[in-house]
Design a protein around this ligand. Sequence first.
Ligand SMILES: Cc1cc2nc3c(=O)[nH]c(=O)nc-3n(C[C@H](O)[C@H](O)[C@H](O)COP(=O)(O)O)c2cc1C
Ligand code: SF4
Length: 435
Amino acid sequence: MIPPSKTRERPGGQPQAPEPGRLPRLLPDFRGAGPVRLADHLDRYGPLVPPVRGYRDELIGEVELAGLAGRGGAQFPTATKLAAVANRRNAVVIGNGTEGEPASAKDKVLMAQSPHLVLDGAVAAAGLVGARDAIIVAHPAVSHLLTEAVAERHQARTDRVRLSVIPAADAFVTGEASAVVHWLEREVAKPKSTPRRLSERGLRGRPTLVQNVETLAHLALIARYGAAWFRAVGTPYEPGSMLVTLAGAVRHPGVYEVAIGTPVGAVIDLAGGPRSQLGGLLVGGYFGSWVDPVRAADVPLSSEGLRVLGADLGAALLAALPADVCGLAETARIARYLASESAGQCGPCVFGLDAIAGQLERLATGRGSDLAALRRWIGQLRHGRGGCKHPDGTVGMVASALREFDGEIDRHASGWCCGVSGQTSAFSPPTRRNP
Ligand SMILES: Cc1cc2nc3c(=O)[nH]c(=O)nc-3n(C[C@H](O)[C@H](O)[C@H](O)COP(=O)(O)O)c2cc1C
Ligand code: SF4
């Protein structure tokens, strides 16, 4: 807990911390209603007292002790990012609530149900890096709810930090950190082709901290209750809880909050278990990995645990593929979607992803694909060939499909497909192109 001496004076003393092992931490106990209002939010968590100047390094040390890692896909240590921006002049905080991935819902649900926790996190982050402004870039489906929450706080004079909310551009790559900055600067929803370190020169040249909105919500709780409280759930290396989207062939698709390290099978059971026999599980989202659902059942849902399957937490999406939907066809659909979402700025991304999607389509429909060329292109695009990680993420997912659906490849070559022709799973991407 941040000691009271290091925070502004607060009437009423420290808030009573919720039971540390109890979930949910981020989402309301009873879901389904609209967003939690400010008064109810303060009843549950107590007031947030922003850190005072002079103690930032120590307080960032508390975040480091907590072991908070980013929830936007890369699991980068949050304390390292805070330290890189802290004490630079004219810093700004951006909460990334773009959530461009079509099958993912965790950030939208969080912003829609617990907007004040996200805003508290933005205020805490601003206090830690000495920023006066915090901007939440929120998916257009929920941005109005955050705007209303900011208005509530203005009326209650809750914050010294200037909070604002900007609707995000709704496309896949627009959530990449430099694309978020680009969107705010010029309404261009593409990653910057010559990205600089945002911590040094980000939004309009200002030192900029970009954190996923779920990361901010966890930060708000660490600022209130401290590192030990935060670490009461999760694993020693990956502490805390996380929001997971369960999509596809589960009985109750939706967003669930689980302790990091909960076995994958137990997480799927929270969503009522599989709706039918499963033919595959996509872990981590469209940049994730296909794995065998039976093998995955006992594996802890953590970056460390998933490594045995060659997978990672990524965007914290578990998408269950019914056994009667072809995994290769599903992969071809996702790859085509990701190719069409390229921002069109880097040759390997534009031409490479299109070629890979084309080969997968041929493979999935038994039209004679060149598997050797497909594997070669995957190898070539794997390591940082684009201005951002869009190609790396896409080919990682495709490579995992070739591993996981290996047995299907020969059968497709001879015109036999395991799936009902033309059937798509519930998490198939929409067919759309970047404007
Ligand atoms: C193509 C692409 C899309 C991304 N989309 C999102 C997104 O929608 N939301 C998000 O928080 N991070 C997204 N990221 C990751 C961000 O670049 C950035 O790492 C993240 O917002 C940092 O926050 P964190 O450290 O709290 O995870 C994306 C990255 C790439 C390469
Ligand atoms: S790699 Fe693709 S998505 Fe990323 S900047 Fe280049 S063209 Fe845009």
